[in-house]
Write a protein that binds this ligand. Structure first.
Ligand code: 18C
Length: 254
């Protein structure tokens, strides 16, 4: 079974608590599977390493759709002292998004579909000379069960942010389309320490972040690639520090 990647990925979505049902459940399930594949797919020769900073590595794969730069971005990172749940919950929690996402002017929650799924409408900061962009996307938090992969992790979580339409999502901006995911796994260091004895010092969190973004209209490719090369590492740095600081004096959330 473990040699068949499709079986492997399909089995990973069976978490212990089933996610809540709502009108976009089916689409969430499909996007969860798709993004688990993206997270664990090997970095092939089509990917360029564009940034290295300690444990953080950021890759892009050059892609244009109808002349518009839509480069998929993939980043891996490892940070200490936090769990996968703490990382993913914070990434998903709209109440704190403006505290770490410095690319945004506004985030608005248009609809709460369930306790783990919301629809967000966001205005991004304008980058001269391009027209301002907005996004409207479903944001879904999911606990995973990766035991079939026989990894040593003690907990794995995923957030997916994928574009949708909503009647309340109105603006004069150009609508960008996104399919973004953050998958995190918690490991213990040393690996054989009993989980009930673990402190924050024993936590290691591995992060897989993948972004597929279509700017929704032409922007100068060189400007976009320059902005991406600066903004994605900045986001990973800022977000990791934010979660680290926020959790350091709190009980561990497994
Ligand atoms: O994942 C992140 N944030 C999530 C929660 O907000 C969510 C957001 C996804 C957006 C993904 C990027 C969409 C890009 C659309 C194209 C914009 C074109 C702009 C024209 C530029 C010439 O999942 C963290 C996302 C970190 C994103 C980094 C790259 C985004 C670049 C867009 C630039 C806009 C602001 C730049 C800030 C400049 C400050 C002076």
């Amino acid at each position: 079974v473990r040699d068949n990647p499709d079986t492997l990925y399909a089995r990973t979505i069976c978490a212990d608590t089933p996610p809540a049902e709502h009108k976009l459940s089916q689409q969430c399930n499909e996007k969860v599977e798709e993004n688990i594949k993206y997270a664990f797919s090997k970095i092939e020769s089509t990917w360029d390493l564009i940034h290295v900073e300690g444990e953080m590595k950021v890759y892009k794969s050059e892609q244009e759709i109808d002349g518009v730069v839509c480069d998929p971005l993939k980043a891996t990172h490892t940070i200490r002292n936090v769990t996968s749940q703490e990382m993913c919950f914070t990434f998903w929690d709209v109440n704190v998004r403006m505290e770490w996402d410095t690319t945004l002017d506004i985030t608005n929650t248009l609809e709460v579909l369930s306790q783990d799924t919301v629809i967000s409408h966001q205005l991004m900061k304008r980058v001269w000379p391009a027209t301002q962009r907005d996004t409207c996307f479903v944001s879904h938090l999911r606990k995973l069960d990766l035991s079939i992969q026989n990894t040593q992790d003690v907990g794995s979580w995923l957030v997916i942010n994928f574009s949708t339409e909503h009647p309340k999502a109105t603006s004069k901006c150009i609508r960008a389309k996104v399919n973004v995911s953050m998958l995190c796994q918690t490991f213990l260091d040393p690996p054989d320490i009993p989980i009930e004895k673990a402190t924050r010092e024993n936590l290691v969190c591995k992060i897989f972040y993948v972004a597929h973004a279509n700017p929704g209209g032409w922007v100068p490719g060189s400007v976009l690639r320059t902005v991406y090369k600066r903004e994605y590492p900045k986001f990973l740095r800022k977000f990791s520090t934010y979660v680290h600081e926020k959790c350091k004096d709190k009980p561990i959330k497994w």
